[in-house]
Design a protein around this ligand. Sequence first.
Ligand code: SF4
Ligand code: ZN
Length: 528
Amino acid sequence: MSRLRSAMQRGKSVVLENTEVKKSSNKKKTKATIKEEETSEHSSYHFFNDLPEISAYRSHLLQWYDQNKRELPWRTVAMTEPDVNIRTYAVWVSEIMLQQTQVATVIDYYNKWMQRWPTVEKLAAATLEEVNQVWAGLGYYSRGRRLHEGAKKVVSDLNGQMPRCTEGLLKLLPGVGRYTAGAIGSIALGQVTGAVDGNVIRVLCRVRAIGADSTGPAVTEALWKIANTIVDTERPGDFNQAMMELGARVCTPKSPLCSQCPIQTHCHAFRKVSIKQEQDSKRLQSKLASKPNTSVVDIENCSAGSCNLCLSEDWDSKQGVQNYPRKPVKKAPRVEKTLTCIVQRQRGQETEYLLTQRPSKGLLAGMWELPSMVLESDLSENKHGDLLCTMMQRFLDTLLGTDSFQFVGEVVHILSHIHQTYVVYSVCVSDCSEKEQEQNTCWLTKCALQGAAVSTGLKKIMKLYDSSSKANTRDIKRKLSPGDGTEKQSNKKKKLKVVAANGGPKQLSLSKFFSTSKQATKTKSKNT
Ligand code: SF4
Ligand code: ZN
């Protein structure tokens, strides 16, 4: 209770602060502000203007949340942790992990992370390598890197104290945008601010029948305005989490559960659908009775002549409330092919694999990967051998011929913006070492590789390699006829052992591969 009270006090002071911010920002109006003001002037239909309605909305939503909320580790910390610095840090970690990743997946990663780095100081003292290792498999690796950068900044520039307001979070922490700052500010610090994420966009677009492109500036500003208006001043964090929870569990993208929705009476989309259904059934009844239909209910609608928040296209009655929100047509993902080589060597009983580290900026920054290069789209497969030889010269001090490489297969790995196909080869090397070079490289055993900071794409490649190696071993074993003489059989077994000692069973050499039809193994799966 005392936390709640102090949160309320903090909330009040933030309301005052926000008023001050509004006053000063009034002097300088941006194009977006002017557009938003024009919109709000003409289309009150899309906003909340009635105080009793706002208060009813809050109470319906919070009542539902109190009875239905999921117990999540970061929610427990936000409710029970008395140290504001740890509380803010914990909510920050959870919010960054939840960006683009589902709650169920995040829980384990979050618990592991908080056990390892329970405070911002502990995270700041970690290496990027360790951070990537704990993040491995969660996807969008720049998020972990930014958390790490942010922690170092908090320790070096802010004396280990997390920012204490939404503006500070937004300004000072890398990777924290408007939504994340609003979520951390309201949940951990009790600040009275809205938080508009994907779930909230969907809920609000339906509740206020906003059907223009939900990613456009006019809609974005309108949604923030609504969120800041309706947020509960006493329980802003719970209110924002309730909005998100409602979007995730009731007002879902497909098949929303309108009959169970606590805010159904406030929802324009629901009302529109109900009235349309009523109209249709009345029309049908009149038709059957061959009477003119005189009692059609009017649909409550936006009164603005030209409104940039209304549906830009015709209403699709099959879609019902799912007519909202509207999204722009998605850009097709970039199609990319990458030549990848599994380089292995034998060290005593252990097989080791060569890995190289990606640059510290850009896609999968700082992660370890197999030697790879992006292929030009129109490159002929006959050129793979030469490219592999050139690529290996960058890493090894031994010259390899094109016949040293075996084709393993292809792995398709779909990221949100790239449709990646890895064309995988393998090579076994002996008595050679890696070059002294600018690039980071290392040799890892299979076991170490599984625990290292490697991407899901690399794990898929190794899985394919393992299964293709096992398949080849089975083929060779099958060829060993049980009727052979013992000497002959034991010679063949010896041969198999030699092959294995040389780094795995024999696969098609590159030249043989090109002379036969290519049997590419494709593994499809969704990216995390
Ligand atoms: Fe979403 Fe239906 Fe609830 Fe409206 S009534 S907010 S569309 S679930
Ligand atoms: Zn409108």
